[in-house]
Design a protein around this ligand. Sequence first.
Ligand code: G4F
Length: 330
Amino acid sequence: MTKKRALITGITGQDGSYLAEYLLGLGYEVHGIVRRVALEDQKHRLWRLQDVIGKIKFHYGSLESYPSIFKIFQEVRPHECYHLAAQSFVSYSFEDEFSTFNSNINGTHFVLSSIKNACPECRFYFAASSEMFGKVEEVPQKETTRFHPRSVYGISKVAGYDLTRNYRGAYNIFAVSGILFNHESPRRGFEFVTRKITSAAARIKLGLQDKLQLGNLEASRDWGHSKEYVKAMHLMLKQNKPEDFVIGTGKTHTVREFADKAFGLLGLDYKKHIEVDKHLFRPSEVELLVADPSRAKKKLGWKYTMTFDQLVEDMVKHDYDYFSNKKGAT
Ligand code: G4F
């Protein structure tokens, strides 16, 4: 029997790497689109995939070029496509609105159009975001909550969500959006607040740094573990009918609470080490996000099983070990 083929954009990122591992475990043939530079600098760019690298089929491509994407779809003819690649750092979208807008919207459009023209049977998953809810119009947020994005990043995700819905309606493509709330892990990039906190707490404990500058400590997020969220992506493509789903834990915590917990695990008092830097505040902030994941539970059978404390522990423990080894090596 031929194996199911999955093609992942953004395979080198946090979610892409967990998803690749998960799909390989299910017996899929996993393909990933990467920039040429990633294969030339595997140590720095492919570290998240280190355990499975030999099992993945990589394809050079740029999401800025329709012909390069189309060619890959024609060649691979995937059964499932997970479009995770994006400029995903919200702060950066304030610094460079134009590149965020272009790469996020065009990238999604090129992938959808390639599916339509090369392999219309392919099922498509779009990584939408709770950032689309922005200045939230109801609490908690669910599939029917109106969007009110507060960043170009959020606006680009609303556009991707609308494109996905349009391809579903106009061309009968099995195309769905997962509206994922913040999801973290030891594989999170260091620019995101959770990893910034856990890495700094570990480094402070080890005497490698003393202070940590943060922005808005009162922002509240629904933080879950990426490893569990990628399973929901797969479940969405296994439904009989293409539908969009909200994925989150249903619980929210402030950045301050996250810092308190992370520093506390290492016997540190965050108040002694954190400095608030006004430059790290965003021009327009998303103050509160909290999901109502009940539809995903009911229809997908997806249920989040970890606690907030377990997530913070996983990240702190990893970062403490990681920086202990680095310290030992120097
Ligand atoms: O960790 P963050 O940068 O994540 P943010 O902006 O919520 O976006 C993440 O989650 C979205 C899902 O809702 C994704 F779509 C998106 O791609 C990304 O993965 O910031 C979280 C909160 C913000 O309110 C921010 O203002 O933390 C606040 N914060 C306070 N100090 C900080 C800092 N954020 C960062 N990155 N760095 C700080 O020093």
